[in-house]
Design a protein around this ligand. Sequence first.
Ligand code: G1P
Ligand code: ZN
Length: 544
Amino acid sequence: MEITNIQTTPFDDQRPGTSGLRKKVKVFQQPHYLENFVQSIFNALKDFQGKTLVIGGDGRYYNHEAIQIIVKMAAANGFGKVMVGCNALLSTPAASCVIRKYNAFGGIILSASHNPGGPNADFGIKYNTGNGGPAPEKITESIYDISLEINEYHTIETADIDLDTIGEQTIGDMYVEIINPITDYADLMESIFDFDAMRALLGSGDFTMHFDAMNAVTGPYAYEILEQRLGAADGTVLRGEPLTDFGGAHPDPNLAHAKELVALMSGNNAADFGAASDGDGDRNMILGYEFYVSPSDSLAVLAANATLVPGYAEGLTGIARSMPTSQAVDRVAQQLGIECYETPTGWKFFGNLLDAGKITLCGEESFGTGSDHVREKDGLWAVLFWLNILAVRKQSVADIMFDHWRKYGRDVYTRHDYEAIPVADANELMDQLRDRTTELTGQDFDGYTVEYCDDFSYTDAVDLCVSSQQGVRILFNSGARIIYRLSGTGTEGATLRVYIEQQVPGDKGLDLDPQKNLAELIQLSKDIARIEKLTGRLLPDVIT
Ligand code: G1P
Ligand code: ZN
């Protein structure tokens, strides 16, 4: 089959952010836009001739069209085989699982994660390397550099492939294998967790759970694992059918966007355990009866209880958390006598630590938790981890959390997001904070004394690559922290994220409302950064 070389001109806005390139669907639909980026990925890679590329997506609007384009370009560029999730669906953790299991060269994941989908909403694309994880910065930067100079891309003009039938097809010399996206992932989960104990809990008659798939990609996985393999009652999975626009909903598993689930977790006949996952299946939210587990606390609980899970029975080698994630897990690591690494925001920074065996568990405050089983955060995995702990400990979610706080103390924590700020204003706010890091160090704000302030810079413990400007952190001598950074995943203006944390002794912290308990620090976070003056905003748009 003939390879066609198409002439093109560069776009200047294809720099991957925290997690790949995210833009409005309409931006991706411009002639050559997706093709330029895909060719830039291929040009940035070497030695993939004849090798296998995994392709999948979260099923959002434009997913099918994008996969057809990428498959043809992969054939024209010399891949030997592509493995594509049936119906164009592959959750992000399942894609990571498949890349690893079949020793693929790498993978392309089409997702804008928890951002809304539909013709006027968001789309995204990212490249994962052969370890199954997001490409490190040196690759994403090289993709960007190439995208600024690209002048042609290669494709094959041929009929679309059938994405909906499992089996093998060919395009030119390249095999196209349409795979069942569920089985490999479900088998991996079964190899990690105590399915017998979980089956016994779910069949005991006095335990109920709900899983909200948010009309997104995890529905089919959840049906298979929870209802089929673990015997959870029919109807356990809510909003289980993947829809291209997520039913008009925002597929972000938090208290604001999973209202139906939250309602099922209180009052008479409420469930004992509730959970949700996001658009592409890598995030999770954990709920108990009238109880919300913050993601930072969840990471700490998983770490402290890991040996109850067969897959981690030998213990953890180390733990990592992103810098803005609360320090709750640090104290668990300390008690376990293992290292706790602090990385910049974004899953790509965990990859080297996982590959080198330096850590087993890792997580972020943004509803992301994972382990060395894949190289992405993994929503259903986190849910099954909690279910395994519940099945062994036979306590409620709240009691497990209270026990944890009594033992380790509590980090009262909140994140305030100021969204859609004009980019220039947001940059000015960050610049003036950066300029004042030395001046702020040592200052006292009504009893809150700044012990240290810097713009976080990270040196990778394995390849020694340095990532700078990763967020301004203000560390108080009480252990409290305020952190500022700009989101790298948004598609409209800039989002300022402010993370606020204060440690309290466990017995005192049991019933604290973070917004009330942190009121002084929240006010301080506004004053220090002059948020109102520089952005005109009095209040954040989203609080988690
Ligand atoms: C956000 C989260 C970050 C996460 C990323 C991808 O990035 O804060 O922890 O890794 O989404 O899910 P941000 O928009 O803050 O750059
Ligand atoms: Zn996601």
